[in-house]
Design a protein around this ligand. Sequence first.
Ligand SMILES: C[S@@+](CC[C@H](N)C(=O)[O-])C[C@H]1O[C@@H](n2cnc3c(N)ncnc32)[C@H](O)[C@@H]1O
Length: 214
Amino acid sequence: MSDRPTGTRNEHDYVPAMGRDRLLPLYDPFTWLVGAPRVHRRLAARAGVVPGHRVLEVGCGTGNLALRVQRLHPGAEVVGLDPDPLALARARRKADRRGSPVRWDRGTAGALPYDDASVDRVLSAFMFHHLDDAEKRRMLAEVGRVLRPGGQLHLVDFGGHHHGVAGRWVHRNEHLRANADDGIADRMREAGLTDIRTGERGRLGVLHVRATRC
Ligand SMILES: C[S@@+](CC[C@H](N)C(=O)[O-])C[C@H]1O[C@@H](n2cnc3c(N)ncnc32)[C@H](O)[C@@H]1O
């Protein structure tokens, strides 16, 4: 997970999973070590996916969450979207090895390449802090557009932590600072999403926020 404040310091107009392309091979071992599989497991279990649902993971990176959701819910149609072709290539290779039908699309959160009201669940894990404020707002407006009425967004990110090492990391990074307190829920509300529920802050301030399109 990157602690770069903007996407302009790397070669792309987005912030890749580890901040630099050459570090991408470390992403899976690093996130495994810091406990991402446990967070993914909880998110996949709480998302309320049922057979027939169309599920979109925005910022799917190397595909671990999307693959898990598809494995847990074989009757759902799961799509992973990310702007990073290198991460998508890794996700695709994993899916091929496992015979998983997840579809991988290239695109950005602020311009989702999907029809209005065409998705039942949008999932997002550890990607919101990769976005600047304008892209966060565009993403939430787009999520509201593509979700069917009653559809839900389940987002997990670092939700602001004010103490210790994690606190210092948060305060150094403007994207993370913007998540602090009710930053994520406030932006969801401003985007017109409703019934916003914020879970407990876990280790490193990891927060699960759920919102519904009315
Ligand atoms: C830390 S990774 C998270 C990957 C995955 N969700 C997981 O939990 O392992 C953040 C991802 O967000 C993607 N990302 C960055 N900017 C984005 C944008 N504007 N729209 C969609 N995804 C973006 C990056 O390419 C990266 O793959």
